[in-house]
Write a protein of this length. Structure first.
Length: 459
């Protein structure tokens, strides 16, 4: 009986020792949660940990961070450009000294109407820059877990698959100082080179995170439009050419922005896009002055516009509702043409503008809604036959303004409504003897107002 009891005691002791050893050697990532609902945020982050990875105690790492000059709020120190580089170097040293493979900085922030934002930064010992650095905007009552899972799962799984390390043995103060200097020099030499190294084992690329307006690879737009046109000469004109007005023209428009490097995590390049837009009016007719029999003459009209070029998006700040600035340069064509009898075409102003446009726009979030504003200048290269056949010495220019609003139906789908005002002005600069057909013509204003109602989808 005593033998059995003794054997059982020995077995239980060995089992407990094995479990303790397994727990001690299990990889642990420390979560440093700050801000609003820090306990809930810490729990939401820990629930994303895969098997083989546990949430480590904050105490030893916090002490090591303080010894390496990282004091106060870790999230604030990482967000401040003046302290970021020094903070990352201190975090890497603290991780090495404590044997912790990584740390998650998670800061919660309350928004309006019950919304909140969680900023998550994952720093791994073998990386110069954070593996993950994202702002996650959450709606009222929305849990962070489903948004954190796809963001953290890959790099945390890599950490879990690597054997745990013992804490670094303590050094003398002088040796630590000398090594710190050496590490800083090595970090400067290898800045960016270690960004693709993962725990000396596999390569980890920075996930893009949940798709939003700040990181989308593709922004696709489509909408229905109503447009008006008013063409007026700046001085009275004699001859067949007349001013023109079209009160309402039905149209459809599509557009796309493609950010080819959005998933690469390359600073600057990930926010450069190729853009293309196209708009086409439904068939319409315009009446001109009557013929000799008193019958009104009709002209069939065509309104078409397209543009292609490059775009750069710039996020202003790290907040979940940060404004987004867009800067564009495009080449485009703007055609408002008429077909019919020559006597009809002589009266209506057919134009075919080719232009280069530079402009900027802004998206300003207001809760789930957003305000859009934009402006640009059009350098008109030519105006088609209106210039070559009627006013060969004319000079053209144009300005454009846009205002609108959007509302997020889904995180990836937004309903939009906007109005664009385009004003193209010209000076005909006639030479002596060239005003026989259109006497007194000095210049013109060609004005368009286009209202658009549509959607924008993010991919």
């Amino acid at each position: 009986m005593m033998k059995t009891v003794s054997s059982l005691v020995v077995f239980l002791w060995l089992l407990a020792t094995s479990l303790a050893f397994a727990a001690a050697t299990k990889n642990k990532v420390v979560i440093i949660a700050e801000g609003a609902d820090s306990d809930a945020v810490r729990q939401e982050v820990s629930h994303t940990f895969p098997e083989g990875l546990a949430a480590g105690a904050e105490g030893d790492l916090s002490a090591a961070l303080a010894n390496n000059g990282v004091k106060g709020s870790l999230a604030d120190a990482l967000a401040n450009p003046k302290t970021r580089k020094q903070t990352l170097a201190g975090v890497r040293k603290a991780l090495t000294q404590t044997g912790v493979p990584g740390v998650v900085s998670a800061r919660g922030k309350k928004g309006k109407g019950g919304t909140r934002e969680v900023r998550v930064v994952l720093i791994v010992k073998g990386q110069t820059e954070p593996v993950i650095e994202e702002n996650i905007a959450l709606g009222k009552g929305e849990k962070a877990g489903p948004r954190l899972q796809p963001l953290l799962s890959v790099p945390l799984q890599d950490i879990a698959s690597v054997p745990a390390e013992e804490p670094k043995a303590a050094k003398t103060a002088d040796k630590d100082k000398d090594k710190d200097k050496d590490e800083e020099k090595d970090a400067e030499k290898s800045d960016g080179a270690e960004a693709s190294v993962s725990l000396d084992k596999d390569t980890v690329t920075k996930p893009r995170g949940p798709v939003d307006v700040y990181n989308a690879m593709i922004v696709a737009e489509a909408g229905a439009e109503i447009g008006t046109r008013q063409f007026k000469f700046s001085t009275p004109v004699r001859g067949p050419l007349r001013s023109y007005a079209a009160p309402a023209i039905g149209m459809a428009a599509i557009g796309v922005q493609i950010y080819p490097f959005a998933t690469q995590g390359i600073s600057g390049a990930k926010d450069i896009a190729i853009v293309g837009r196209f708009g086409q009016a439904l068939p319409f007719e315009s009446k001109t002055k009557t013929n000799t029999e008193g019958t009104p003459l009709e002209a069939k009209g065509e309104f078409q516009r397209f543009a292609v070029g490059a775009r750069y998006r710039l996020r202003i700040g790290d907040a979940a509702d940060a404004p987004l600035i867009g800067i564009e340069g495009v080449y485009g064509q703007w055609k408002f043409l008429f077909t019919g009898e020559d006597s009809v075409k002589a009266q209506v102003p057919s134009v075919a503008y080719s232009y280069v446009r530079g402009g900027a726009d802004a998206r300003i979030p207001v809760g789930p809604a957003a305000i859009y504003v934009g402006a640009g200048y059009m350098h008109i290269l030519n105006a088609g036959t209106f210039q070559t056949e009627k006013f060969p010495h004319a000079k053209f220019g144009g300005v454009e303004g846009k205002v609108g609003a959007g509302y997020l139906i889904q995180p990836w789908l937004e309903a939009r409504a906007n109005v664009t005002y385009t004003r193209i002005f010209s000076s005909f600069n006639p030479k002596p003897g060239e005003q026989e057909q259109y006497p007194n013509a000095g210049g013109a204003l060609d004005t368009y107002v286009v209202a658009n109602l549509g959607v924008s989808a993010l991919f």
